[in-house]
Design a protein around this ligand. Structure first.
Ligand SMILES: N[C@@H](CCC(=O)N[C@@H](CS)C(=O)NCC(=O)O)C(=O)O
Ligand SMILES: [Fe+2]
Length: 354
């Protein structure tokens, strides 16, 4: 099985990619709207087909990427039947299974943080994805969205602590940078829910958490009740060129497109002068602005025309797209493979040697 733990720093949310490596079929648990491009690029680069997105619950702090990923990749959306969300493809009931290749996850109902919370347990019970029912040495709050401390206490004790001690637990969030725990560990050390702690103590603890509401709650809950479908807009990818988005977070343009559109864009070569005038030559019409001087010199560029950045291999110019985006250029892409690929594919150059 292929497994990746992904993180959204804005909301401290974990998204999990699971795939059957032989069948190349994948699912994502709790994707985040703003990270959907990143997730789609990873799925693509790993040669996977995204079959499902699964939600552990209707989130109050971020918008799910489920709808956007279905638009991009044709994945199907699974949510709990008790979630009240509209627009999903499957509504899961307790103990339903979601398959990916020959592997599967079992949906266990673990309400308490919200009324529709679900924990997903891998077929061999080696891993479980608890959402906000159980965090590492903590748990989700119980003060909104049908939350209830007594209900959460029973969910954790009966549905999660009944798994083998060695079962690894992956939470929906961690606010301290911790990544994984296990059933055995939480039974001993969870300060709210360890086996030595009683139901009354837990309820007292949860009643006095005193947390402010999540900043995004008024946007996130209505959006998540539509599985992340925006009220009006559609997925707005840049359309000035057939760009690809890499998992590293960079928009790229292919050499064959640039060759046909040399006059429609500003080409910025970010190598050093001796490389620009050296044996590889440069793309016809390119202007030289070495990466180290780009921040000061980008005023000379127009924001009306898209910018394509170029370097030897595509690494420095990828960084240049980030700097230009920060400077307010909203149509910027990196030349994929840089001058090395440009030359290998025998496109025209100025200067350089054969
Ligand atoms: N400051 C965060 C708060 C996030 C929050 O309340 N998270 C929920 C999960 S959706 C929770 O249960 N937090 C538990 C905790 O912070 O201990 C925000 O504004 O988004
Ligand atoms: Fe939550």
């Amino acid at each position: 099985m292929l497994f990746r733990q992904l993180f959204d720093p804005q909301s401290s949310t974990y998204t999990y990619l699971l795939a059957d490596s032989a069948f190349r079929e994948a699912l994502l648990i709790d994707p985040v709207f703003e990270q959907a491009r990143r997730d789609a690029a990873l799925v693509d680069e790993l040669g996977l087909k995204l079959a499902w997105t699964l939600e552990t619950h209707v989130h109050a702090d971020h918008v799910t990427g489920a709808w956007l990923l279905r638009e991009k990749l044709g994945s199907r959306i699974a949510v709990s039947a008790s979630s009240s969300a509209e627009g999903a493809d499957t509504y899961l009931k307790p103990h339903d299974k979601i398959s990916f290749g020959k592997r599967s996850l079992e949906a266990r109902s673990t309400p308490g943080h919200t009324a529709g919370c679900t924990t997903y347990v891998l077929d061999d019970r080696s891993m479980a994805f608890t959402g906000d029912a159980l965090h590492i040495r903590g748990c989700g709050r119980t003060d909104f969205q049908g939350g209830d401390a007594r209900t959460l206490f029973h969910s954790v004790r009966e549905q999660i602590f009944s798994l083998p001690d060695r079962c690894l637990l992956y939470p929906g969030h961690d606010y301290r940078g911790l990544t994984v725990t296990s059933v055995g560990e939480e039974k001993l050390f969870n300060p709210r829910l360890a086996e030595s702690i009683g139901e009354g103590d837990f309820v007292g603890y949860m009643t006095h958490l005193g947390l402010p509401h999540p900043k995004q709650i008024d946007v996130a809950v209505p959006a998540n009740l539509r599985c992340g479908k925006p009220p009006t807009v559609t997925a707005a990818d840049p359309d000035w060129a057939p760009l690809t988005y890499t998992f590293a977070g960079i928009w790229e343009v292919q050499p064959h497109w640039l060759e046909e559109h040399l006059r429609d864009v500003q080409i910025v070569d970010v190598r050093e002068p001796d490389e620009f005038n050296g044996p590889l030559g440069h793309v016809p019409g390119a202007v030289l602005i070495p990466l180290g001087t780009l921040q000061g010199k980008s005023e000379g560029l127009s924001k009306e025309e898209p910018v394509v950045t170029v370097c030897r291999s595509g690494a420095r110019s990828a960084q240049a797209t980030v700097l230009l985006a920060k400077a307010g250029f909203d149509r910027v892409a990196n030349l994929s493979g840089g001058m090395l690929r440009w030359r290998a594919q025998r496109y025209a150059v100025e200067g350089g040697s054969e």
